[in-house]
Design a protein around this ligand. Structure first.
Ligand SMILES: [Zn+2]
Length: 65
């Protein structure tokens, strides 16, 4: 379980997916479109990475290693 560094609450495990037109958050049974910021979109293009989301703080945490 991952704890949110902002509020200390439990974070939801999922993935960030990227595709042609944008970036999406996906976890079991849920997907959510994220803002498309050009630089980030390019960095993640065609890839998916593990991430954690805090619904309370509206934050998504990504580990890069
Ligand atoms: Zn939080």
């Amino acid at each position: 379980m991952m704890k949110c560094p902002y509020c200390g609450g439990e974070m939801c495990e999922g993935q960030i997916h990227s595709f042609n037109s944008g970036i999406e958050w996906r976890s079991r049974g849920e997907s959510m479109r994220l803002n498309t910021e050009k630089g980030l979109s390019k960095m993640l293009y065609g890839d998916r990475i593990e991430a954690y989301r805090c619904e309370h703080c509206k934050k998504i945490l990504i580990s890069y290693e």
